[in-house]
Design a protein around this ligand. Structure first.
Ligand code: URA
Length: 446
């Protein structure tokens, strides 16, 4: 126990120790017992370790609305240490009769929701960005992945990948820990702090895998992974580029992305879930610009992750471009839609919305300074070239703009989704891949 001054009085602090960073069962057990014992949020500190103390006996009523359970199971994976206490205080207040979930302006609830959005984007990044190295294992092949997560997304998402690819033995190594699936059990063990490149990862695995697997344990309490996205990258798909990619986002752009999170430059922010800023490494030589986030991008918080993004990813790989090495963004950063029943129907942004959001695109272009900007579709072309552009007339070649930039116009991948027949789709897909191959040649020519 610790003592801390509160309001001039000495108040006894109780330290609650959870077993892991994502100890969902432990947090839930402790929360129930502590709320029922009447322990105020301010009298608790939360930590992760192996010196857990007994909890008070639980009795009496206790209530957690389903909506809070679902946001908490995601937010608990956030890296912010204050998340356990913050979630506890929401449960405490609800049990004290406050209508917290009905107050959209509640600062604690907003913070928890922001944490959950950030975790969701990271989980999706892990599922779709991770590449795997095939390594020899027990006479077969094991797929060895490497990922540096922003949050503690490994345990829940390793579970999801194991369920999705039951016949592919895999190990995912991160600085926080590693997960190992052999077709029947999912085990967790220590991770690797830093992997310089694929060779270093492979050498570490060869030297340590026996011990790592021997020490691995199934005894981990994990929240259920959300299945927002049904298309994780298959572990046995041959990687384009290296498995370990030490690229970092530009810190100034990350700050700009956070500021754009509260952008009110046009009314599109109102119904949207969140701002979807661009993503990609510092020093990317090519920037891809689309129109605006769609339904899935709005939910997940990353550009080009829904159906159009999946076409773009496939076409990039067929053209030999590793998406993780380019910067991907949109002319407009909020999803514009009209609700129809439970669906949200995409609406093309108007010129004033494109112009208002041009502020953020300029910020991105100023920081990234791409050698080539790829404009996918008419809205992106209008945003950057400042005039209406007929795609069929201007696609497929580098164009110098008046402000001295080099741009390359191509179709928007969702154009392919709208084509009625398979033959037209295949023809247009090949044309998109040809454009991307020209882009790759321009990238390589420097
Ligand atoms: N369409 C876009 O233009 N951008 C996205 O991010 C998704 C779909």
């Amino acid at each position: 126990m610790e003592s801390a001054p509160a309001s001039g009085l000495l108040c006894v602090m109780r330290r609650i120790v959870l077993r892991t960073e994502t100890d969902w069962d432990g947090w839930r057990r402790a929360t129930r017992a502590l709320v029922q014992a009447g322990v105020e949020p301010g009298a608790l500190t939360w930590a992760v370790g192996d010196d857990a103390q007994p909890l008070p006996g639980a009795a009496g009523t206790f209530h957690v609305p389903r909506a809070l359970v679902s946001v908490a199971s995601v937010a608990i994976q956030a890296r912010e240490p204050e998340r356990f206490g913050l979630l506890y205080s929401l449960v405490w207040r609800i049990n004290a009769g406050e209508k917290v979930l009905e107050d959209e302006t509640d600062p604690d609830l907003s913070l928890v929701r922001r944490m959950a959005l950030s975790v969701r984007a990271d989980a999706h990044r892990m599922r779709t960005n991770m590449r795997y190295l095939p390594v020899a294992d027990d006479g077969g092949i094991r797929y060895l992945g490497w990922f540096e997560p922003a949050h503690f997304v490994l345990p829940a998402n390793a579970q999801l990948l194991a369920r999705r690819y039951p016949h592919l033995p895999l190990s995912i190594v991160t600085p926080d820990g590693s997960a190992h699936w052999d077709g029947s059990s999912l085990l967790f063990s220590a991770g690797l702090r830093h992997a310089a490149d694929d060779e270093a990862l492979q050498a570490w695995w060869e030297a340590h895998s026996e011990l790592v697997l021997e020490q691995a344990s199934a005894d981990v309490s994990v929240p259920e992974a959300e299945t927002v996205d049904e298309a994780p990258r298959p572990p046995d798909r041959p990687p384009i580029g290296s498995v370990v990619l030490n690229t970092k986002p530009d810190p100034a752009l990350m700050r700009a992305g956070r500021e754009a999170g509260s952008c009110h430059r046009c009314p599109l922010y109102q119904p949207a879930t969140q701002t979807v800023f661009g993503e990609g490494p510092t020093g990317a030589s090519v920037m891809f610009v689309g129109e605006q986030p769609g339904d899935q991008e709005d939910t997940i918080g990353r550009p080009f992750v829904g159906p159009a993004g999946q076409i773009m990813d496939r076409a990039m790989e067929d053209a030999g471009i590793d998406r993780r090495t380019v910067y991907v963004t949109n002319a407009v950063k909020h999803f514009k839609f009209i609700p129809r029943g439970r669906r949200r129907i995409h609406q093309t942004p108007e010129v004033p919305e494109i112009q208002a959001c041009g502020f953020w695109l300029d910020v991105e272009r100023t920081h990234i300074r791409p050698r080539l900007t790829v404009l996918m579709g008419a809205s992106a072309a209008r945003a950057v070239m400042g005039r209406p552009v007929t795609i069929s007339r201007e696609r497929g070649r580098p164009i110098q703009t008046q402000d001295g930039q080099t741009v390359f116009v191509t179709v928007h991948p969702s154009y392919l989704l709208r084509l009625p027949d398979a033959a037209a789709k295949a023809r247009e897909y090949d044309a998109l891949v040809r454009d991307l191959m020209s882009i790759r040649s321009l990238m390589e020519a420097g």
